[in-house]
Write a protein that binds this ligand. Structure first.
Ligand code: C2E
Ligand code: MG
Ligand code: MG
Ligand code: MG
Length: 279
């Protein structure tokens, strides 16, 4: 159709493209100023022992309260931040804020923070993490860094050297969204991760789906063989939980237990139920 209409099609789409580009540009401007004003929030989703339902840690997740649009989800602003380079200051902000917040939790409660590929390319991630730990006083052993395989896609040797250096500090490294990438298995060989997070696409509808169940079983077996811990993401129902627990998965997170919550609510939860979680 574009060919048939030639120029007219181009003109037809142009204003729409403009509006889209403009909206994106506006969002970038807003994100930049929100970051400068420290208006972004870090919320925390409980990581739960699937047997006892104890809270064993929290994953830090960025939240952007936008003046006119309400909370903008990370799925919308993280990709934008990655394209514009804003993810580096944004990610560093989340890391520092989360480390500081975690020092107010009991010592057995761990913190997981997501790192984006750009944070490995721009600046020195080892220095950034060391400084966040030193400034906050958080013990390195309490920090898990979550990376997706996209982190390992480029400059692999350098990235792996950084990961080893971070682990030498006492920090743990998790592979996030396991199973969704192109070559998850080869990355397991590239670096001995401490933890694998099974992507929530494998957890949803686990029950009653023999294929998915077979995959989850294989991941659990793989992790055991490699001496890596496993966390299941996206546990939404009692059935999801029962199925994972029956398969021997030790740890999980998901809306069944809790969504990410602000620090104030986390502290309240930890005070009221120092070891037990809502479900
Ligand atoms: P992720 O690291 O895989 O984080 C888990 C995502 O799953 C979170 O989405 C969480 O809210 C969502 N989730 C947890 N339990 C459930 C569930 O039971 N059902 C469903 N449907 N979803 C569940 P969120 O907060 O929207 O974050 C999306 C992604 O944005 C994260 O995926 C992570 O890749 C990225 N992100 C968030 N915060 C940061 C950050 O501080 N730095 C970096 N680099 N990336 C971040
Ligand atoms: Mg994560
Ligand atoms: Mg994940
Ligand atoms: Mg995910």
């Amino acid at each position: 159709r574009a060919k048939a209409d030639g120029k007219s099609t181009f003109r037809f789409f142009e204003p729409e493209m403009d509006a889209q580009a403009q909206a994106r540009r506006q969002l970038e401007i807003d994100l930049r100023s929100a970051l400068a004003a420290e208006e972004l929030e870090v919320h925390y989703q409980p990581l739960v022992d699937l047997e006892t339902h104890d809270v064993v840690g929290f994953e830090a997740l960025l939240r952007w309260p936008h003046a006119s649009r309400g909370y903008i989800p990370p799925s919308e602003f993280i990709p934008l931040a990655e394209e514009t380079g804003l993810i580096t200051p944004l990610g560093n902000f989340a890391l520092r804020r989360a480390c500081a917040d975690a020092t107010e939790w009991p010592e057995h409660v761990k913190l997981a923070v997501n790192l984006s590929p750009m944070q490995f390319r721009v600046g020195n991630i080892f220095v950034t993490v060391s400084e966040a730990l030193r400034e906050s006083g958080l013990a390195p052993e309490r920090l898990d860094l979550e990376i997706t395989e996209s982190v390992l896609l480029d400059r692999t040797d350098q990235v792996i050297a950084h990961l080893h250096a971070l682990r030498a500090l006492g920090v743990r490294i998790s592979m996030d969204d396991f199973g969704t990438g192109y070559s998850s298995l080869s990355y397991l060989r590239a670096f001995p991760f401490d933890k694998i997070k099974i992507d929530r696409s494998f957890v949803r509808g686990l029950q009653g789906n023999p294929q998915t169940l077979a995959i989850v079983r294989a991941i659990l077996g793989l992790a055991e063989g490699l001496d890596m811990r496993v966390v299941a993401e996206g546990i939404e129902t009692q059935a999801d939980l029962a199925c994972l627990a029956a398969e021997g998965c030790k740890e999980g997170q998901g809306f069944y237990f809790s969504e990410a919550r602000p620090q104030g609510e986390v502290l309240k939860l930890l005070r009221e139920a120092p070891r037990r979680q809502v479900a």
